[in-house]
Design a protein around this ligand. Sequence first.
Ligand code: PLP
Length: 373
Amino acid sequence: MERAIARIDLGAVRANCERLRAELGEARLCAVVKADGYGHGADAVAEAALAGGASSFAVATAGEARLIGRRFQHVPLLTMGALGVEELDMVLAAGSEVAVWGEDFRAVLADRARASGRPARVHLKFDSGMGRLGTFDPDEVLALARACDADPHLKPAGVWTHFATADEPDEDEGYFFEQLDRFEPVAAAVGAEFPGITVHAANSAAVFRSERSHFDMARCGVAIYGLDPFQDDPRSRGLEPALSLRSYVAAVKRFPAGQSAGYGRRWRAAEDTWVGVVPLGYGDGVRRALSGDCDVLVGGRRYPLVGTISMDNLTIDLGSETEVEPGAEAVLIGRQGEEEIRAEEIAARLATINYEVTCGVTARVPRVPGEGR
Ligand SMILES: *Cc1c(COP(=O)(O)O)cnc(C)c1O
């Protein structure tokens, strides 16, 4: 029996990509597989995304580019993040396309591309209001595109931006559409001078929010994993959660009233009860802040997590009578029988977002392909 596994339903990833492709119509799907595929295992997920109709990949870092670029040599790859010179060499060697938003970096890139022996494909980043990477100046975008075009070692391949509030339709007071209004003329100007350049803006939330954001391609991460971009029920949008976090009940013990469980004695049995010990803890990414505020599925039923979560173990209250036996499967995220605990539920309890929940499953937990049940 495995102490703990993250079971990854690759069929779900494939179906989620097909779902996004249907939403996108003519626009292409770029599967975002940064942060080890949002904690799902980048390699396997990338393969499934291709099967589901993705036509390119995006990552954030040079290390990620190396892993994906090596494995999928013929699939276009974009490294979206900022890069130092050494990282740039690594990214170019991986065959990745590169994001550019300033002349200094463009000049360095031209030099490194020349040294690498093949032209670098450049995606010019416009900051339409995210307030992160990219230039706020529309003229600079066009100037950079021209400079890339004039340089034998560079080729303008994309013009792009990123939304700050696509996932918060209730709070954003139209900011999403303001960003679109700012980006559209920039994309049109660059597109007119460089026909065939790829215009892209949408993340997962934007794909569902407005068709106007689709342009030539969408960069989708969270939705391909079946996580809901709006923190609702992913199934309401036709998305299927791909990750489940599974362990088992290693011991079932009779607790007399007053017996405490775990460090600090933060919980004590109010009456005689049975307690199950599950060998999973914050060392696996089950955040300690969930202590006393989380359920675990065993035998298709919810049981409350009690006591403080340790690095390697947690405890659940099975009640005064129980049929649960040692060896029974325990599910922290995912389905069991008719019950389900979604990453969105855990995120809400932690006042965070589903992205952080799956990214937080640590490297100690093996990712195993399989169905979610
Ligand atoms: C992570 C990221 C995405 C993917 O966003 P999702 O909300 O996961 O779809 C797209 N674009 C950029 C620039 C990103 O950093």
